[in-house]
Design a protein around this ligand. Structure first.
Ligand code: F0G
Length: 347
């Protein structure tokens, strides 16, 4: 069952909305086995969004945006992307027989994300410049030509993405104390906050979490309060200098009593490795940013040890093996037999 079937009554879906479903959502909320204990946190969970059909949380919003675009008669979808949005849009376009046009910053997106968009049949343009420039460009085109803009300024994306907040409450029985997630174009933190507020308003949650956003130090416009002309970080998914939902992110932060802070690339890569090696969860670099921030907040005594904390792992580590491989020992190259292997492994 996809998110539309599961949360239909909370979504802008009517009798005229075409059915679209890739069994997205319903991702596991995995209790931490080792990191929580090491940090002294009793209730730490990972919302593993990498298990969505295209490997990231984007499928939740895309399924709703695509259904609504089809309902409105659109057959050409367009987006700018750091990779995951384009993979997701292309998949749903392929599935529903629509045309997908993807504009990505040239040379700036992970190869596996690019391969997804191409395999799902999108027309991919690698545009020279930053993501922010690509986004400005598609926005201009969408204003001028009959194409549906599928970036997260499309409100139906936010509607779909808020279902992740519903799932967390449905799994825990109430909202946790902290929800931590990476912030790039800032649609997701906006969507989560909307979801928690809606569930709270209907009484399904008795409280609201503090929203904690992580940006990368070289791409931290919301943290510094100024757009970044040339954002730089190993976490290409959140290499964004002028987020479209800036205001949504600061509202989520301020209304919830949360924070948005920056972590370094070194912290991100080390959190990514620790997450994989000690929890068995391989997430892409952007997804490790909130965990890196959690390490710092715990060190600074800013997180109550009895609190329930959910770290959202927004995308699969398989999206960007190049980034991951920079931070691990390479395989042992060996030409030998069982005896030499035993010796090398010190068995
Ligand atoms: N994590 C991953 C894996 C992402 O791909 C993104 C955004 C984010 C976090 C940040 O979410 O933009 O809602 O604040 N990726 C977009 C894309 C920009 O084009 O795939 P956000």
């Amino acid at each position: 069952m996809g998110v539309i079937a599961r949360y239909r009554e909370h979504l802008p879906i009517g009798p005229a909305t075409p059915e679209v479903d890739l069994s997205e959502g319903s991702t596991p909320l995995v209790p931490s086995r080792n990191i929580g204990r090491a940090l002294g946190l009793k209730h730490l969970y990972f919302k593993y969004e990498g298990l969505n059909p295209t490997g990231s949380f984007k499928d939740r919003g895309m399924v709703v945006a695509v259904a609504k675009a089809l309902e409105a008669g659109s057959r050409v979808f367009m987006c700018a992307s750091t990779g995951n949005t384009s993979a997701s849009m292309a998949a749903y376009a392929g599935r529903t027989g629509a045309r997908a046009i993807v504009v990505v910053p040239s040379g700036e997106i992970a190869l596996n994300k690019l391969s997804q968009a191409l395999m799902y049949g999108a027309k991919v343009v690698a545009l020279k410049g930053t993501f922010d420039f690509a986004f400005e460009t598609v926005r201009e085109l969408a204003g001028r030509y009959p194409v549906a803009l599928m970036n997260s300024i499309n409100p139906h994306r936010i509607e779909g993405q808020k279902t992740a907040a519903f799932e967390i409450v449905d799994a825990l029985g109430d909202a946790p104390d902290y929800v931590m997630l990476p912030v790039g174009n800032a649609g997701n933190i906006t969507a989560y906050w909307k979801g928690f507020k809606e569930y709270h308003a209907t009484g399904r949650a008795t409280r609201l979490p503090r929203m904690v956003g992580a940006q990368a130090e070289g791409a931290a416009p919301i943290v510094t309060g100024t757009p970044v002309a040339n954002p730089k970080t190993v976490a290409s998914a959140i290499r964004i200098g002028n987020p479209a939902s800036w205001e949504g992110a600061t509202s989520a932060r301020d209304e919830s009593g949360g924070i948005i802070a920056a972590v370094t690339d070194t912290e991100i890569l080390s959190a990514q490795t620790r997450l994989a090696a000690s929890e068995g969860l391989f997430a892409e670099p952007a997804s490790a940013a909130p965990l890196a921030l959690l390490f710092r907040l715990v060190r600074d005594g800013k997180i109550d040890k009895d609190s329930a904390t959910v770290v959202v792992l927004t995308g699969s580590g398989l999206k960007d093996p190049d980034a991951a491989l920079k931070n691990v020992e390479p395989p042992i190259e060996l030409d030998g037999d069982a005896r030499t292997l035993a010796k090398v492994l010190k068995l």
